[in-house]
Design a protein around this ligand. Structure first.
Ligand SMILES: [Fe+2]
Ligand SMILES: [Fe+2]
Length: 292
């Protein structure tokens, strides 16, 4: 192993692509992906809301952009779903009937869309022949002797008129939490630098203003503390997420969170995580063309 080796991970979030006609954003996506390739990042992470209105065909636009740029490979890119990938708010409101809340329908729609998501991005989720295609996803990669473990969870909570009226609240299911706590996961991660990945934000505004509190509730990661504990017990050093469209880094209970902002609104800015062979790491946000 070369002790000079550093692993460099690029992070983009919240692309909110609106399909094949979204030409300007597709062009911008190609530009930033080309930059990531040009700067020889070891891996790219996309933390959800890849598309805007949960139309599974729009995911193909993202897949095609990754393919065009040579990034559509298990070892090169990791993706996970956000609420906009799995919930179409208009559709939920159309189906919604106050007297017949249809809980199973809205859960089924999220499950079906997650299956489509996993089908489109299968080569980024599992090896050929591996039947375990889904989340939580544990990916252990070795770059010049440095082991990096990516632990990606789906944090999308199905829509609900009373509990999730904007479809934007987050939740990691009990079965996913249980899977993360399993011994196989701990064994797989041994010796690696562990990075947690999810879509929802541990912290939103978090001020005392009532208007912020109301907004916070609609976007809240419901079991964020349980998730944080799970990440800590896996030895995660950093959690990368999106959802709340801000480029920011913050700390909670000894864990660092990095919010990857939104490509949709700032299409030339991205996050960069650098890890050395001793497990020292640093993070910064930079723009296309900025030296790296
Ligand atoms: Fe978003
Ligand atoms: Fe989101």
């Amino acid at each position: 192993m070369s002790i000079d080796k550093k692993v460099r991970i690029a992070h983009l979030s919240d692309l909110h692509l609106t399909g094949r006609n979204d030409l300007r954003q597709i062009e911008r996506l190609d530009r930033i992906l080309a930059e990531i390739v040009r700067k020889e990042y070891d891996h790219l992470v996309l933390t959800g809301d890849l598309i805007d209105t949960a139309n599974p065909d729009d995911l193909l636009v993202v897949r095609d952009a990754l393919t065009r740029n040579g990034l559509f490979e298990l070892g090169r890119t990791t993706v996970l779903p956000g609420n906009h990938d799995l919930i179409n708010l208009e559709e939920e409101l159309r189906f919604y009937h106050a007297l017949n809340p249809d809980d199973s329908g809205r859960r089924r729609r999220v499950v079906e869309r997650l299956e489509r998501f996993c089908t489109v991005f299968r080569p980024l989720i599992a090896d050929v022949g591996d039947p375990n295609v889904g989340y939580p996803l544990v990916k252990v990669l070795h770059f010049g002797g440095i082991g990096i473990a990516l632990v990606a969870s789906s944090s999308v909570l199905p829509w609900s008129g009373s509990d999730n009226p904007l479809g934007a609240r987050g939740y990691v299911s009990p079965s996913a939490m249980q899977a993360l706590g399993g011994r196989e996961v701990a064994e797989a991660l041994a010796g690696s630098f562990v990075i947690g990945l999810c879509h929802h934000a541990y912290r939103v505004y978090g001020t005392d203003a009532l208007i912020d509190q109301a907004f916070d509730w609609t976007m809240e990661f419901k079991n964020r503390d349980e998730y944080l504990r799970a990440m800590r017990s896996l030895g995660a050093r950093v959690v990368m997420h999106g959802h709340f469209h801000r480029f920011q880094m913050y700390h909670a209970d000894g864990l660092t969170f990095v919010n990857g902002g939104s490509f949709r609104y700032v299409p030339d800015r991205y996050g960069e995580l650098v890890i050395d062979h001793k497990g020292h790491w640093s993070h910064r946000f930079l723009r296309i063309g900025e030296n790296g």
